[in-house]
Design a protein around this ligand. Sequence first.
Ligand SMILES: CO[C@H](O)c1c[n+]2c([nH]1)[C@H](O)[C@@H](O)[C@H](O)[C@H]2CO
Length: 450
Amino acid sequence: MEFKSLKFPKEFIFGASTAAYQIEGGAYEDGKGLSIWDTFCKQPGRILNGDTGDEACDFYHRYKDDIKIMKEMGLDSFRFSISWPRVFPEGTGKVNQKGLDFYNSLVDELRAASIEPYLTLNHWDMPQSLQDQGGWLNKDTAKHFADYSRFMCENLSDRVKFWTTHNEPHCVASAGHVAGIFAPGHKDIKEGLQVTHNLNLAHGLAVQAMRQSGSAGNKYGIVLAVFPYYPATASIHDHRAAQRWDGYFSRCFLDPIFKGSYPEDMVEYFGDKFPEVTEQELSVISEPIDMLGINCYFRRIIENDPKNAFIGGREFKPRDAAYTQMDWPIYPECLFEVLSMLDKDYDIPELYIIENGAAFHDEVSPDGKVHDARRTRYLHAHIEQAKRAVEQGINLKGYFVWSFLDNFEWALGYSRRFGIVYVDYPTQKRIVKDSGKWYSELLRYNQSLR
Ligand SMILES: CO[C@H](O)c1c[n+]2c([nH]1)[C@H](O)[C@@H](O)[C@H](O)[C@H]2CO
């Protein structure tokens, strides 16, 4: 029985993750306002093949049928995000009732299927109207985010227990404001660091706001991408470069949230580009949270690169590794190593793996099935590492695969498939891949032991 080595505690939950802009579609429907990704996709050259999230997986219309698939698979939980401009077309002020109705119905359908909703409030698709007022560079946006978070909590927290503020704020700050490859497409290091701080502030304000209005027993947190960082060689320059990547991409979020201060080495490294930070703001950012969601797909091997003006390093790709279609090295131990580091260095009540998965070239075979054996092997190997962490006493409470559906992969459009369910975009037909069937068997095995 292959699953004996994947036996988890009874309360451990298995789920699948998605995000609004990547699956919903309905981008201009029923009163939804523009998001910065709606705008970004319309800018020539931004997205591969000129793809957009206009229709995506049409989840906005097909969610009831998709939830039937989730139930048949035996998902314990479904992680999704709220499209802020679908509920607040201008980001603040007037509510779009049809947008709120959609999320109320989504949550009702999930609960009726005995699937635990796991919610993220900001998965990058912020309202364009707030971007027009400076977006995350404007500290008022942090307050608007807290008001939006409070509103959603008031309306859904009788049925939604798990609330996370941001998904990967580092991505919004670095890819969106330094590298310029994600919305809003800015390229300014000082701006990116200010956005880093403002996102942390928005997180803290939102947790405080939700705690005041949400139901007792709710769990509040954030989803961060955390990787193990390795130097490409034994040279001190590569070691320092790896430390800088870990310093910015992990600790410039983990430390203010869990320790109430930014890492001194990073404040020193960025010098006058680092934003002004007050003790009062740090007190808000470090508002205690109940859980941390982790996105971890691989390890990052870093070599020194003075030409990288932001962080002074670049990723090294060893030839002896296997790679996914994202050119990410396959290294299952990344999960155990990240969870062990977090358990050692931070005081975190509960940990969840919110995203882990792989893109491979998938095809529908003549038998009408999708035989994605590499994805099954990837999931098996990584879930084994999650089990290893649980056996070491690390307080890991759940694992969510990225993703439930093939979906819009940001600047790469629809060219990458991460789903355990295949989406034939021209027809929107769903096909549960072999990896989805394997994952379902794993869930059923663990449920049989409860
Ligand atoms: C480099 O891995 C990151 O942690 C990461 C990978 N991913 C993510 N973050 C995002 O949260 C998702 O929206 C992406 O679709 C998904 C797949 O690219």
